[in-house]
Write a protein that binds this ligand. Structure first.
Ligand SMILES: *[C@@H]1O[C@H](CO)[C@@H](O)[C@H](O)[C@H]1NC(C)=O
Ligand SMILES: *[C@@H]1O[C@H](CO)[C@@H](O)[C@H](O)[C@H]1NC(C)=O
Ligand SMILES: *[C@@H]1O[C@H](CO)[C@@H](O)[C@H](O)[C@H]1NC(C)=O
Ligand SMILES: *[C@@H]1O[C@H](CO)[C@@H](O)[C@H](O)[C@H]1NC(C)=O
Ligand SMILES: *[C@@H]1O[C@H](CO)[C@@H](O)[C@H](O)[C@H]1NC(C)=O
Ligand SMILES: *[C@@H]1O[C@H](CO)[C@@H](O)[C@H](O)[C@H]1NC(C)=O
Ligand SMILES: *[C@@H]1O[C@H](CO)[C@@H](O)[C@H](O)[C@H]1NC(C)=O
Ligand SMILES: *[C@@H]1O[C@H](CO)[C@@H](O)[C@H](O)[C@H]1NC(C)=O
Length: 395
């Protein structure tokens, strides 16, 4: 079993090296085992990892950190650039965070910052060991609690490819992308229980040119969330469940919030509380959210398969004012499957800023409940409905 695994890993590594060599010329590997890392699942390897990062980053060519199979305990590490060439991290092993949340001094566990041309790959796993943290009493809102770290965080990273990486049981968000540009994620596997609080799968803010594909996300909060400053994001072939769906927002707490250009395509949602969601607070801040396409999406027993809500209020009571955030150009095409609630389509826009150009095309959602067929609910929506429509459209 072990040798089979090691063999598989060696093959993956060899093909990766061949690939990388072909594409980029020589890559120099820096093996953490040569920097006194100990793969016993208990020794803190933070210093060894930082030392090896520094060497790879300062290599005047294409350097890559190599973490072979094995179990490595590691505390918060910040992999910081700028580097002298392109830089990679090949994670073949299992990285384990300390279970005790008070051991973290920063808001992230594995943090990449200010790096151009980064590759993270290798098929390894980041285990956030979040179980103890989830038991704390609503810790993200309580200053007497330790700050719970995001498992994997990218700040100001450009031209990056994150491929074949797993994140288990994060204490807080699994992955955060902030201030990044041209970053691709493929074959990402994210898993935490449905009842783990605040464990968003991938959270994106102030970034553009982000692509996420061929990935599986099951967690206790949003599978993917896109916050203010996000522009030009493509998401395809993502499986989401359990979780709270793929969300734009929440927006509208601050003046100037904006998200522009999101395409969600070929995705499956299973047993999630929400499917494709746009949410703004009922708060009089100016902002915009526009140019979204949700296309070719299968819903399997989803709570709110299609929901656009400008009165978002997860913890009532909220100030019931009206949103001044303008939503426009939202298209839903070919969305089918089953709703686990009677209202399958909700388009609740702002009375002060009605949604503009919302299009429903070929919607086929069913319901197995006893209280009649599925329905749609609209307020202050301007747009059109074409093709097959179940529930009957309210636009
Ligand atoms: C680095 O570590 C690997 C695996 O432990 C070993 O085979 C190799 O000889 C080491 N290289 C150097 C330069 O020490
Ligand atoms: C490093 O990789 C880049 C492409 O990412 C390539 O253009 C360059 O030639 C490589 N440098 C070396 C020293 O191999
Ligand atoms: C804050 O956290 C502490 C320790 O977990 C807990 O005793 C306290 O009740 C929490 N306060 C609030 C307002 O949640
Ligand atoms: C990301 O994917 C796009 C589309 O496939 C490609 O054009 C781009 O070069 C990729 N970027 C990186 C950094 O791999
Ligand atoms: C997303 O896909 C659309 C349509 O294929 C394309 O025009 C756009 O450039 C893509 N954006 C990104 C960030 O890849
Ligand atoms: C979506 O799936 C269809 C059918 O499997 C495929 O032809 C198409 O290329 C996919 N599109 C994307 C963006 O993955
Ligand atoms: C909405 O789409 C139309 C037509 O493509 C475009 O002209 C307009 O600029 C878009 N609105 C926004 C706010 O981007
Ligand atoms: C809907 O759009 C039409 C055409 O642009 C416009 O005349 C109308 O006032 C809009 N309705 C609302 C509620 O915004």
């Amino acid at each position: 079993m072990g040798s089979k695994l090691a063999f598989g890993w060696a093959c993956l590594l060899t093909s990766l090296m061949v690939l990388v060599t072909e594409v980029r010329g020589q890559v120099k590997f820096f093996n953490v085992m040569n920097y006194s890392a100990v793969a016993d699942g208990a020794t803190d390897n933070s210093q060894a990892f930082l030392k090896v990062w520094k060497e790879a980053c300062e290599w005047k060519g294409n350097g890559s950190v190599l973490i072979p199979p094995g179990s490595y305990m590691v505390n918060s590490v910040r992999f910081e650039g700028p580097c002298k060439g392109s830089v990679g991290v090949v994670i073949g092993g299992l990285l384990k965070a300390p279970a005790d949340p008070s051991k973290f001094s920063t808001d992230s566990w594995i943090n990449f910052r200010y790096i151009d041309q980064l590759t993270v790959s290798g098929g390894g796993t980041l285990d956030g060991q979040g179980q103890v943290a989830w038991g704390l009493n609503d810790c993200n809102k309580n200053s007497s609690c330790p700050r719970l770290p995001t498992t994997l965080r990218f700040d100001f990273v450009t031209n990056a490819w994150i491929d074949h990486v797993s994140s288990l049981n994060s204490k807080n968000n699994h992955i955060v992308i902030f201030g990044c540009e041209n970053l691709n994620m493929t074959h990402i596997y994210i898993s935490a229980p449905a009842n783990s609080p605040n464990t968003d799968g991938i959270k994106i803010g102030s970034s553009h040119g982000i692509r996420i594909s061929s990935s599986t996300i099951g967690t206790g909060d949003d599978c993917i969330a896109m916050l203010s400053g996000t522009k030009d994001v493509n998401i395809s072939n993502v499986f989401c469940g359990p979780g709270h769906g793929i969300s734009i927002g929440s927006l509208g707490k601050n003046n100037g919030d904006n998200v522009d250009g999101v395409l969600v395509q070929n995705c499956t949602f299973r047993g999630t509380s929400d499917g494709v969601r746009i949410k703004t607070w009922a708060f009089p801040s100016l902002g915009t959210a526009s140019n979204f396409i949700f296309q070719d999406i299968f819903m399997d027993q989803v709570g709110n398969p299609i929901i656009l809500d400008q009165e978002y209020c997860p913890y009532p009571p909220c100030s019931q004012q009206t949103s001044l955030l303008q939503i426009s150009n939202v298209t839903y095409i070919n969305i089918w499957g089953s709703s686990s609630a009677k209202v399958a389509v909700t388009l609740r826009c702002s009375a002060s800023k009605p949604c503009q150009n919302v299009v429903l095309e070929d919607i086929n959602l069913g319901y197995r409940g006893r209280d009649g067929p599925v329905t749609a609910l609209c307020s202050h929506v301007n747009g059109s409905a074409n093709g097959h429509q179940s529930p009957p459209p309210c636009i």
